[in-house]
Design a protein around this ligand. Structure first.
Ligand SMILES: Nc1ncnc2c1ncn2[C@@H]1O[C@H](COP(=O)(O)OP(=O)(O)OP(=O)(O)O)[C@@H](O)[C@H]1O
Ligand SMILES: [Mg+2]
Length: 395
């Protein structure tokens, strides 16, 4: 249930209303981590009465897989490909590996996406929601933005959520809605609902530190409430210019440093390579003296979940915190273990070899070239494209 955000809700609901009167709308919701972009998209989905909803998402670890996100979004409707003009259908089939037609032009994939979505909208008004668009692979983002810019008299609403990152994700020609922090009243309401019983000074402090960021209100509030109940001293945070995501990350760091050392080690391993499968993580973890069972404490603390052989951090900031909690020496050891565990893969893709070299000059452009893989866009700590470092997400 959304607290506050009256203006933003109205904005989104107006866009949905346009579709019911047969017109299209496209909106990019932007803001820092935890500010409530996904929550607003969820609200749109919940209020999209009578609309067909397509949900897509940029997945950080798939940002290099050409057309992966588009495939995820359109997969249920591939049986409609025959409705498309031949070259467009062929382009999408080629993009999705359904034919040996590999020479796919971005224009044709964009045009095919536009036509397919318009066909669907002709059956029923369409809401297409794409979360974490900053992690879309290039082919998918080009096609979806191409389509979003061209709908006119189609009952289609396209909503994108884009997190502010060090490398901006541009969406020219599409209306933007920037999410600020919650209003003071809404922030206080959210905090009081989730962390009732904070002392007045502590409550005031959380409100000040969170600066209206809902994730910060939830996480800082919960951490302070737990500290208060257990009679622990309040963590000494500096109030001032520290970005709010850093504060949330510090909260995660406090939780991580309270875990057993071997648990911290395996978290560091998992955090150090976002592309590593569970097998590799365990293999590297063993090399640094940890094992599967060491994950239990982190799972119990709710910092990670493990399902279907995949380890997921509760939030990208947990991953960043796990990486940054470690010393430089520990990080080097983990990257070296990765490089030894899988030399071919790590030198070419994950950057563990790179990370053993001294950091690049601070003035060097990062990522190094426009051809560089885009998965570093979120700038959450990690070995590629970043060398071992201690800066925070968004720096
Ligand atoms: N207006 C709101 N009222 C109540 N809870 C909210 C509100 N906005 C966000 N939240 C909650 O705050 C947390 C962070 O919000 P959300 O996940 O939407 O952020 P985000 O901007 O999508 O972050 P990220 O960039 O990490 O994806 C979630 O638990 C969400 O449910
Ligand atoms: Mg989100």
């Amino acid at each position: 249930m959304l607290v506050g955000r009256d203006g933003e809700r109205d904005h989104v609901e107006r866009s949905l209303g346009q579709a019911s009167s047969g017109r299209s709308a496209a909106l990019v919701v932007r803001g820092e981590a935890g500010i409530g972009k996904s929550a607003l998209l969820d609200h749109a989905v919940a209020t999209a009465q009578g609309m067909r909803v397509l949900r897509g998402v940029g997945i950080e670890s798939e940002a290099e897989l050409a057309f992966g996100a588009l495939h995820l979004l359109l997969y249920p409707y591939l049986d409609r490909l025959d409705l498309l003009p031949g070259p467009q259908a062929a382009a999408l089939r080629g993009a999705f590996g359904l034919s040996s037609d590999a020479a796919t032009t971005p224009f044709l994939v964009g045009a095919a996406t536009l036509t397919l979505l318009a066909e669907l909208a002709a059956e029923k008004p369409l809401l297409c929601v794409v979360d974490d668009a900053q992690w879309l692979d290039r082919g998918s983002s080009d096609a979806l933005l191409f389509a979003a810019r061209r709908f006119q008299a189609d009952p289609v609403v396209m909503l994108f959520a884009v997190r502010d990152t060090a490398v901006p994700f541009h969406t020219p020609g599409i209306e933007e809605l920037r999410l600020p922090g919650l209003s003071p009243d809404a922030a206080a309401g959210l905090l009081d609902h989730h962390s009732p019983g904070l002392t007045a000074p502590m409550r005031a402090r959380v409100l000040e530190e969170a600066n209206g960021n809902p994730l910060a209100l939830l996480e800082l509030g919960a951490a302070r409430l737990a500290a208060q109940r257990e009679g622990r001293a309040e963590p000494a945070h500096q109030v001032g210019p520290l970005p709010v995501t850093r504060r949330v990350q510090e909260t995660f760091r406090e939780q991580i440093v309270g875990l057993p050392e071997t648990c911290q080690s395996i978290l560091l391993v998992a955090a150090a390579d976002r592309f590593a499968g569970m097998d590799t993580v365990l293999c590297v973890a063993r090399a640094v003296g940890a094992d599967t069972s060491d994950l239990d404490a982190a799972e119990r603390a709710g910092l990670i979940s493990v399902a279907d052989g995949e380890l997921t951090f509760r939030h990208p900031l947990v991953r960043a915190a796990a990486y940054q909690c470690a010393t430089h020496h520990q990080r080097i050891a983990v990257h070296r273990a990765f490089a030894e565990a899988s030399p071919a893969r790590t030198s070419s893709t994950a950057g563990h070899g790179t990370s053993l070299r001294p950091p690049p000059s601070r003035t060097r452009r990062w990522p190094p070239s426009s051809n560089a893989p885009r998965y570093g866009q979120n700038a959450v700590a990690g070995p590629w494209p970043c060398p071992p470092r201690t800066t925070a997400p968004g720096d």
